[in-house]
Write a protein that binds this ligand. Structure first.
Ligand SMILES: *[C@@H]1O[C@H](CO)[C@@H](O)[C@H](O)[C@H]1NC(C)=O
Length: 532
């Protein structure tokens, strides 16, 4: 993620004003355009493309069956200076830094997608690719977790990386690696990596029991490390601060890891942790309308709700039920805020066409996360033994309606919007051509074999008016502004940069939507509810 605003406004930006392409269509056309497109949306194609994206983000030595062929090996000496093998993992976005916290969140969300909708993904013939995308991350976490209480949390740094516009294959920027340990703790990144490995262990349980077991072992150690040695990670990995600072602290990650470990093992001890620490770690007190790589309370609360909804399976004690009900009430607050069913100003704002709008910079990450949580909760409701509804201050909502709203958001991403633009790159005819991405915007190393230097990349590739030479298929970019408008300009990274944690949750949404969605398609609901 491009974090440092000052640095980003480099001297090229003037030139880019010329290259702005503004997609906008008169509002009157909205209904017909959207509906026509909505009917034709192909979620299976969207799913396949979204999984392909993770291959474009790979760092390390690429395998023989790499499908994104414009990428090559990179970062092959990562960790060497520190005497540790940190080759592999993912670049987070349009740059070449490996940031541990968002990488782990990406893997947690991909794993959650597969844990819920693996059958649908398999039916689409994409399970192999989904598992590979997860394993590319977890293989790296195994390497990065070198001792029970040591985790390498970042390779490279945003400042030096952003001063260059270089293909990963050509990197000349710092590849310094940064770790957390007992004296320099980082509970967010330790616990999120634990959550990712626990969630992945659920996914691999049937197909690769040994690997699943290895992941679980790391997850348990990392959770214990994060819990016993508490500290805010960006106090100790200071290079992360300007890019991925933790604003919600580590309470959410610790609870998240505990609930994922509970799901992976069925072990009471983890549920006990989530119940007993609910208050101290703010799990039952924070009601928020944002779910992201930083703030995952809504995810925690929904996982806790699931335990409550499956209560026949868990033999809960009365005090546990009480606390889980508090979690559920906060989960409902989040979901109701996405449905515009809370009262007053406790709802997520929306664009005129109904897109959830949390903030200007990379808004699609919140949309993707919300659509996923709505879809999952909808299925939890539908699967609960006694038919249940979501109770909001402005009324009750059934499973179908929740899913319809998730669908409306996914459909918007795929082009059912006033601009008729798909924000999933490579899907449909109209999608962003100038994605803010070093590798995609430069000639492939296979086409131009000669080295492209740090400043040379800015001069020769970043500033071009033409579209990127490589299409970053499956990437979900930052998306439109609060008026549904989008400028396809490489310099506007707020809108045109894509991140791994935008695509990861929407993988699950596309998988879910391949099955028929009964009833109305969300749009009616959006117009009815969101206009009031
Ligand atoms: C819980 O929230 C309060 C503020 O509401 C904050 O001061 C505290 O640090 C939080 N605790 C954790 C563990 O995040």
């Amino acid at each position: 993620m491009e974090g440092d605003m000052k640095k980003k406004n480099n001297n090229n930006s003037q030139k880019h004003l010329l290259s702005l392409v503004i997609f906008s269509v008169p509002l009157l056309m909205l209904a017909s355009t959207s509906l026509a497109q909505a009917a034709a949306l192909d979620y299976k194609e969207a799913l396949s493309k979204s999984l392909l994206y993770f291959e474009a983000q790979r760092s390390g030595r690429l395998p023989y069956d790499q499908r994104v062929s414009w990428r090559g090996h990179s970062g092959l000496t990562d960790g060497l200076e520190q005497g540790v093998d940190l080759v592999g993992g993912y670049y987070d976005a349009g740059d070449n830094v490996k940031f541990g916290l968002p990488m782990a969140f990406t893997i947690t969300m991909l794993s959650w997608s597969v844990a819920e909708y693996g059958g649908d993904i398999a039916a689409a013939g994409e399970l192999k690719h989904a598992l590979e995308a997860i394993k590319w991350g977890t293989d790296y976490f195994i390497k990065a977790h070198t001792q029970p209480n040591v985790l390498w949390a970042q390779v490279g740094d945003g400042d030096t990386d952003h001063s260059c516009w270089q293909r990963p294959e050509d990197m000349t920027t710092s590849r310094q690696a940064y770790k957390i340990d007992e004296d320099h703790p980082g509970s967010e990144v330790a616990a999120e990596t634990a959550a990712a490995m626990a969630a992945a262990s659920v996914v691999f349980k049937e197909t690769n029991a040994h690997y699943s077991h290895v992941l679980l072992h790391h997850a348990q150690q990392l959770f214990e490390f994060g819990d016993k040695h508490r500290g805010k990670y960006d106090d100790n990995v200071e290079v992360a601060k300007g890019y991925y600072p933790s604003t919600s602290g580590y309470g959410d990650e610790l609870l998240w890891a505990a609930l994922w470990l509970h799901r992976a093992t069925g072990d009471e001890e983890y549920l006990k942790y989530a119940v007993e620490n609910a208050d101290e770690l703010n799990g039952t007190s924070w009601a928020i309308s944002e779910f992201s790589w930083d703030i995952k309370y809504a995810g925690v609360q929904i996982l806790a709700s699931k335990v409550l909804m499956d209560k026949e399976r868990h033999r809960l004690q009365e005090n546990q039920v009480n606390v889980l009900e508090q979690y559920r009430s906060k989960a409902e607050h989040y979901l109701c805020s996405c449905l515009n069913m809370n009262s007053g100003d406790e709802n997520v704002p929306r664009t005129p066409a109904g897109l959830l709008f949390v903030r200007q910079w990379n808004n699609m990450q919140y949309v993707a996360g919300a659509a996923f949580l709505l879809a999952v909760f909808s299925d939890y409701l539908a699967g609960a033994s006694n038919a249940q509804a979501l109770h909001c201050p402005r009324g009750s909502v059934g499973a179908r309606e929740l899913l319809s709203v998730a669908k409306s958001q996914a459909d918007y991403v795929l082009g059912a919007n006033p601009s008729g633009v798909s924000y999933l790159v490579g899907y449909g005819d109209r999608f962003p051509r100038r994605v803010h991405h070093r590798a995609a915007s430069s000639a492939s190393h296979k086409v131009q074999k000669s080295f492209i230097g740090c400043a040379q990349g800015y001069d020769e590739w970043y500033g071009r008016r033409s579209g990127n030479p490589n299409v970053l298929v499956g990437a979900v970019v930052g998306g439109p502004d609060e008026k549904d408008e989008f400028e396809d300009d490489r310099g506007r990274y707020v809108q045109t940069e894509a991140c791994t944690y935008n695509t990861a949750p929407i993988v699950g949404v596309f998988a879910r939507l391949m099955k028929k969605v009964d009833g109305e398609d969300g749009r009616g609901i959006i117009e009815r509810k969101f206009s009031s």
